[in-house]
Ligand binder design. Structure first.
Ligand code: FAD
Length: 346
């Protein structure tokens, strides 16, 4: 049994701590729950196959992660008896017109042979979109991916924490201020990783999401995740309740108060996608998404006995369960599915 101290209790830290504790190690997590924690603000899509990003190492990471999700969730639910907020109702990528629909369909379907967990991939007409998502605008056709899923960051985090403690982990709600510890120190400090001044440097983007409900909706069915035009998504948070986002702003500020400008922008989008509905605000959420070099997560030693996991970016909810498992295997000298050296680029 080895000794690990994990600093940072967002999804990356909690997943790593959970997998290490599960493999029999003595693990302590320090978390100071900063306002703006990315995991808390996220309304997460698990659907990596539709991305147009060309970075192969990133794609391998998120593809393997999406594959691991169902097994990971089933185990966590069995261990804790808790909900994780994970659901698979499929996803629809909306497109402007039929020509773009053909291109998008070919691009997405080409990934299927290597990722059968995507399930069925098909073009959906404006009418089909409307049938699957009755309150949504009927302006756009789309491409449906059956395996698309979603998870609520804050709920998953709670379940992970419970699973971690079930395996004997110790969770301390406090700042880790650099006191010496036995064993290996693992920093999973997200946007606040800048405080450690390790290479590679950490920067962050501030993202805002609007949660709202459709006050006059009669719909009683669950709806798929919507990847709308541009980098906009719509995720169901409860029956007839949705989150729409996100905004992206590179910043050095750690302020996490919603801005009026972003609220108005997101409110405008909610009206555009649900033009016939009575929209009531629930709340705005703000999260600070951490990035390292090339938008690729960093997993590796910063110095002896100090391991860093950071830069989870816009797909950290997708990637973190697998990252936690893989890092635990790596630190246990076990075989890993990913080549960790691909992500240890200093
Ligand atoms: C609005 C929004 C939408 C998103 N949507 C998606 C999505 O659809 N799909 C997807 O896959 N991902 C999504 N993400 C990305 C994902 O949420 C992040 O990549 C992920 O949550 C990052 O997790 P983390 O653990 O690295 O950082 P965080 O969740 O920010 O956690 C870092 C933690 O470290 C703690 N900490 C820092 N320093 C110290 C210290 N010295 N001592 C103790 N504790 C410390 C902080 O308080 C914080 O709790 C979204 C993010 C946002 C903000």
């Amino acid at each position: 049994m080895a000794r690990f101290t994990v600093v940072g209790g967002g999804i990356a830290g909690a997943s790593t701590a959970y997998h290490l504790a599960k493999s029999g190690h003595q693990v302590t997590v320090y978390d100071r729950a900063d306002t703006g924690q990315a995991t808390d603000a996220s309304a997460g899509i698990i659907c990596p196959w539709i991305s147009q990003r060309r970075n192969k190492k990133w794609y391998r990471l998120v593809k393997e992660s999406a594959k691991y999700y169902p097994e990971f969730i089933a185990q966590l639910q069995e261990e804790t008896g808790l909900d994780t907020g994970y659901r698979r109702e499929g996803s629809i990528s909306l497109v402007k017109d039929d020509h773009i629909q053909n291109l998008a369909f070919e691009r997405i379907q080409s990934k299927q042979s290597d990722a059968p967990e995507m399930g069925d991939v098909r073009k959906v007409s404006r009418e089909e979109v409307k049938r699957m998502h009755p309150n949504l605008t009927d302006l756009y056709p789309g491409v449906y991916v059956e395996g698309g899923g979603q998870v609520k960051g804050a709920i998953l985090l709670k379940a992970l924490k419970a699973g971690f403690m079930k395996y004997g982990g110790e969770w301390i709600n406090a700042d880790y201020d650099g006191q010496s510890v036995d064993g290996t120190l693992i920093y999973t400090t997200g946007a606040w990783g800048i405080e450690q001044r390790h290479e590679p440097g950490v920067r962050h983007q501030r993202s805002e999401v609007l949660h709202f409900r459709l006050a006059d909706s009669q719909n009683n069915d669950r709806t798929p995740v919507i990847m709308a035009l541009g980098p906009i998504y719509i995720v169901e948070m409860g029956l007839n309740q949705y989150a729409i986002g996100t905004t992206h702003e590179d910043t050095e500020s750690f302020e996490a108060i919603p801005s009026q400008e972003n609220y108005e922008y997101l409110r405008g989008l909610a009206h555009r996608y649900f033009p016939d509905s009575k929209i009531e605000d629930v709340r705005m959420m703000v999260g600070l998404k951490p990035y390292t070099r090339d938008f690729l997560p960093f997993l590796g030693y910063a110095k002896e006995n100090v391991f860093v996991i950071n830069g989870m970016g816009a797909t950290g909810l997708t990637a973190s369960p697998l990252v936690g498992r893989e890092v635990a295997r790596y630190l246990n000298n076990e075989e890993t599915t990913l080549d960790i050296n691909d992500y240890s680029y200093i």
